[in-house]
Design a protein around this ligand. Sequence first.
Ligand code: ASP
Ligand code: MG
Length: 447
Amino acid sequence: MIVMKFGGSSVANGERIRHVVDIMKPELKRKPVLVLSAMGDTTDHLLEAADDALLKGVVSTDIIGRLHSKTIRELGLDPGVQRDIDPLLQELQHLLLGISMIKELTCRTKDYLVSFGERLSVRIVAAYCNAVHIKAQAMDAWETGFISDSNFSSAELLKESWDKIPQALNPILDKGILPVVTGFIAKDQQGNITTLGRGGSDRSATIIASACKAEEIQVWKDVDGILTADPRIVPEAQPVETVTYEEAAELAYFGAQVLHPWAMRPCMKSGTPVLVKNSYNPNAPGTRILSVRPEQAAPVLAITSRRNVILVDIVSTRMLGQYGFLQTVFADFAKHKISVDMVATSEVSISVTLDSIYDLEPLMADLLRIAAVEVKTSRAIVTIIGDVHRSSEILQRAFQVCAQSGIQTQMVSQGASKVNISFIVNDNQAVEVVKGLHKDFFENKQA
Ligand code: ASP
Ligand code: MG
């Protein structure tokens, strides 16, 4: 069997859903399981509806109801399908009313609320498949064995799911029925609906693929796969043919928002190949993610950047030994639940980068007891994912690009994952550096 996952923009309206079914038809003989996100921006709309209920006392499912009813009409589906989804819309309405009355929105309620997006989309797509004579069954994740912990908004599946998922799906596949499964959601052991976190449907799909020992998982997006750079910065960016799971995870983390970094993990374990394709351009070859990449000539695979980060320089003011100093500093970060991205150290100083989402005051108060601290805002991390065996060549060329533009790198680190070389520049220089690196490594033929 294979798993085919389509994201929100791939099922955004009737026309897109028709297209999804066209893409899927030739694969039917490979026994696909379809994993879907909520249609278009439905998840955001659900969260907005909850805010309206909570803050303004306004209870409305109009936007959600309209999109789904319009899609049912666009697909020419039987009015019975509308009657199938009406109870869900009604339940959503009740939930919003509840939120507006108790004026409270817990993580548990939020997960229950956003689950409606995926539950609606699978019902409509399955109904359309049946209408075009593809036997299909809409399934909520918990009907396919997705049992999670109760960590609402970022739940983890329990071990038993790994056996339950194939037990639930195999009999359906054996009957020649196409399962159309909700991404993103699960239920805990008490029966509460949970979610795997925003963008979590990729993860649902890789979990199903690994648990069922799929031959392949196809992740259908709205870009031509993993690109050599962000196309909004570098219009010349090209799709990368193959990457390893490790490289894909690094790329995802450092700004290439194609696959969630966590999504790769189940496949890494099982070795299931992932194919990232563009549902808007199905003829493009896409990117294949594998355990080992075939030997390649180019030293660099892709260049990404993470904008608007904070650089913190921490210099010891005491004659602490290096182990004591590092331990104390990182204990402070842990205490304040601040996660650091890049780290560079000497015996008496540490530089780290952070996302600019944290309130640093309480951390500062602690750090200042042992160190002088300088916080530099508006920095960017530029990351080169490449062949570590050629790291000196990569560094030399990268620094030359910076030097030619008169740009000083402020911190350098070669990631422990061994595929990532990162450095810091001022945020307003990031675009120029990424463009320059892309030109040097990909657009000059000698690369
Ligand atoms: N619909 C969810 C979201 O928008 C999950 C997903 O699309 O992967 O985050
Ligand atoms: Mg979505």
